[in-house]
Write a protein that binds this ligand. Sequence first.
Ligand code: 5RP
Length: 220
Amino acid sequence: MTQDELKQQVAKAAIEHVVPDSIIGVGTGSTANFFIDELAKIKGKIEGTVASSEASAERLRGHGIPVFDLNEVPEISVYIDGADEADGGLHLVKGGGGALTREKIVLAVAKKFVCIADDSKKVAVLGKFPLPVEVIPMSRSYVAREIVKRFGGEPVLRMDFVTDNGNLILDIHNLEITDPVSMENELNSIVGVVTNGLFAARKADVFLCGSQSGVEVIEA
Ligand code: 5RP
């Protein structure tokens, strides 16, 4: 199977986690796109969705799936999204597509987080994938200096990219993240940081991991 076929496989498996007659939180990225295409096949069974990016909202609407503003929605039954890295404790690095802040916000309202990814995303220690940090534009140099001072690593400004919130992304290379929860919290304490791509304080509840031998279901 190709990597896309592995992504499609987990996207199909995620449909079992869709709660009928409820609002589903939908992530961003190529794996989430496969999930959206699968969700379209059962769209009559759900009330609607909340999207974590303009791109996902557009794809959902293209399939005729209702997309609600999060402010109109008191509860999301399940949030389904991909990841850039997942460790054995189901702590994640996300934000390769730059949607990390809205992803975290939609997740905050969700009861359950089902992460879908192919097995290339499984790692022993997080940090090989550059950690995205969304920053207010005027703070980017200050935040980059603070990150180097506190954690080391090499922050690189993501070129020609503006988030859906009008902000910038610093991708932090060469980190070895052994304590993702405390790093997530400390990064968030730097003035100018909007959010960071560590999903550790709130991690995945279930990881559907696609491999050549099928979908492995890993529970936290
Ligand atoms: C977007 C994300 C994605 O979930 C992550 O980048 C994985 O993407 P893909 O499914 O394309 O590998 O966090 O901000």
